[in-house]
Ligand binder design. Structure first.
Ligand code: M6R
Length: 614
């Protein structure tokens, strides 16, 4: 989704802004732009449809001097990707320039009022309405920019993270947020703005996270002044960023996605670190222990999430029901928020999100909290909106994930959910001690088993060549591996643009089996489980219809080797942890097919890393 970067200080702003835009590219975008105030106090805006390089090309012979500026990558919502719809947007008199993430829902009404007052528009965006409104209010009330922004934001319905600068006022940036993240990086008398920390981390690890409906006045050599739209002054603690610069570099890998797939042994160790004791006899998540009565007495767990995080939630359902004997429902946040769900005060709602900023998940959390449920966040991005709007939670600690297709965040989410289920089950007494310890010990072995699973990479790369031109794929799994079938299909769709469907294998004969012929690759997750024999039968049904079976199997499974057309071997583990291993070859298969098809693996078309609009 859209990205924001800003700078005010003593250095030239343009190189910082451009580098920041490159750092934000992973979020997905279709145009980019920059606004600068030079030393003659002239305000210039340059923008271009396409990539940040297109903007650089366009601006190369322009005046790009100045020590204050704002810049933006746009992911189209209102109006197609184009130069005129790109941000920053000028106000009518070209005295203000504004960048915006989010959606102004009442923009049509505001626009009509502004047109009546003589304003004309150069773009089809909701953002241009906001900058025109600010200028209109400023002139009408003869007030300064901060007051005009404050009045305007009181009239706006919707979500925003904005930064505004004003011609002739090179001493300040005004920034504000509601339901869309905004971070201020605090340097030595200089300040940075980012929609996340990635454009900032190179310069400082000290940050201030703005809260909803807060406006910051940011000036050189002064502490940012923060005031709400209701005019209440706020003070904010300066926080330390956990991220480091190497997480933003590809480190020799051709794509971030491949790097992130390979990081999984390490990220899962980090995720477990400090939570499982060295002997492997105890797991403790403080976010649960601090509220253990709530979990012990929970009537029900409702898991809300979107996309890949929703798939992790489905695995959570199996884990919580098996270990804790608490009924679980897993809901798409986007459906939950609009369907008037029954929520009890003794329900626990678990919100899973890599970014911690997904708009639908945030709205679902708000609904659950209003209904009195206890809300627990499982997020990766430290300090993001979900952890700040939940009662308790656990971070996944897998580091910055840049590839739009989520990989390491998924396995870390499943690991946290496993540790949650074990912690609750122990407190509740719903798991016997041997099973508890066996599961922890096996969980500790998962990072090294993932390393072994990654050794199949070359084989998967070769295999991928055979299937690069397939039109459709079916993924099958059962039990704990049913969500992995869904996740494998999603990975392939996202980055290769091949149509793929995931099914619980036994559902095939209720309809989808009609699709099977010798053109249809069927990826079957056929590792050892309590229902292994049933999976064998499901595969035979596919083979009987001449489907081409690519089986994910345990090392040395001769039965499967003789039955499948192709196979990928991975180490064995206990059933509840199998998804942490079966996910790996499916990530690699999707990756290699996408590379063979010459797709933009890290930034697939139409997708955004962090979906901050509904
Ligand atoms: O940041 P979140 O985990 O809340 O994001 C949810 C989905 O948008 C995300 O998982 C999406 O499906 C990914 N592109 C999957 O690879």
């Amino acid at each position: 989704m859209c990205g924001i970067v800003g700078y005010i200080g003593f250095r030239e702003a343009y190189p910082i802004l451009i580098k920041g835009l490159h750092r934000l590219e992973y979020r997905g975008y279709d145009s980019a732009g920059v606004a600068l105030i030079n030393k003659e106090d002239r305000l210039s805006v340059y923008k271009a449809k396409g990539r940040v390089q297109d903007l650089e090309e366009y601006a190369k012979d322009k005046d790009i001097t100045g020590t204050i500026g704002i810049a933006h990558t746009r992911w189209a919502t209102h109006g197609e990707p184009s130069n005129s719809n790109a941000h920053p947007h000028y106000s009518q008199s070209e005295s203000l320039a504004l960048i915006h993430n989010g959606i102004i829902e009442n923009y049509a009404v505001l626009k009509a009022q502004l047109i009546q007052n003589g304003y004309t528009f150069q773009s089809s965006t909701d953002t241009e309405v906001l900058v025109q409104l600010i200028e209109y209010i400023k002139k009408l009330n003869n007030c300064d920019l901060f007051s005009a922004v404050q009045i305007a934001l009181n009239q706006v319905v919707g979500a925003y993270a904005i930064a505004v600068i004003e011609k002739g006022k090179p001493e300040q940036i005004i920034a504000a947020r509601k339901s869309s993240p905004l971070v201020i990086g605090v340097g030595d008398g200089e300040f940075f703005i980012g929609s996340d920390a990635s454009p900032i981390i190179e310069y400082t690890n000290k940050v201030i996270y703005l809260d909803d409906e807060e406006i910051a006045i940011i000036k050189r050599n002064e502490e940012p002044k923060i005031v709400t739209i209701a005019n209440i002054e706020k003070t904010h603690e300066i926080k330390q960023l956990e991220m480091n610069l190497s997480q933003l570099e590809r480190g020799g890998y051709p794509h971030f996605m491949l790097k992130e797939i390979y990081e999984q042994p390490e990220t899962l160790k980090n995720c477990m670190s400090g939570r499982i004791n060295i002997e492997g006899t105890n797991v403790t998540l403080s976010g649960i222990i601090d509220h253990k009565e709530k979990f012990i007495n929970a009537r029900r767990i409702i898991i809300i999430a979107c996309g890949t995080s929703w798939h992790a939630g489905l695995i959570g359902e199996y884990l919580f029901e098996e270990f804790c004997r608490i009924p679980v429902e897993v809901e798409y946040a986007s459906e939950f928020r609009y369907r008037n769900p029954v929520i009890h005060p003794d329900d626990i709602v678990i919100a899973i999100s890599q970014s911690g900023e997904t708009a639908d998940s945030l709205a679902a959390i708000e609904l659950a909290r209003k209904a009195g449920a206890f809300v627990y966040g499982v997020c990766n991005v430290v300090g993001s909106s979900i952890p700040r709007n939940t009662d308790s939670g656990s971070y996944t600690h897998c580091g910055h994930e840049i590839g739009v297709a989520s990989t390491k965040a998924f396995t870390a989410q499943v690991t946290v959910l496993t540790m949650m289920a074990l912690t609750i089950a122990k407190e509740k007494g719903s798991i016997d001690n041997d099973k508890y310890i066996d599961t922890i010990k096996e969980l500790q072995l998962i990072p090294s088993k993932i390393e072994k699973a990654l050794a199949a990479n070359e084989k998967i790369k070769e295999l991928s060549k055979i299937f690069t031109y397939a039109q459709n794929f079916i993924y099958l799994g059962r039990g704990y591996n049913y969500p992995i079938a869904l996740e494998g299909a999603l990975k392939l769709k996202e980055i290769s643009y091949i149509h793929a469907e995931g099914y619980p294998a036994a559902e095939m004969k209720h309809g989808p089996i009609a699709l099977i012929d010798n053109e249809m690759p069927v990826v079957s997750i056929a590792t050892n489980s309590a229902i292994y024999e049933k999976v064998v039968s499901n595969i035979q049904e596919i083979k009987a219809r001449k489907g081409c079976v690519i089986a994910i199997i345990n090392e040395g499974d001769e039965t499967m080797k003789s039955m499948a057309d192709r196979y990928i071997e991975i180490p064995a583990t206990i059933e509840c942890l199998d998804p942490l291993l079966t996910a790996i070859p499916l990530q690699l298969l999707a990756y290699h097919i996408a590379v063979n098809k010459n797709r933009d693996v890290d930034m697939p078309r139409n997708l955004a890393k962090s979906v901050t609009v509904e």
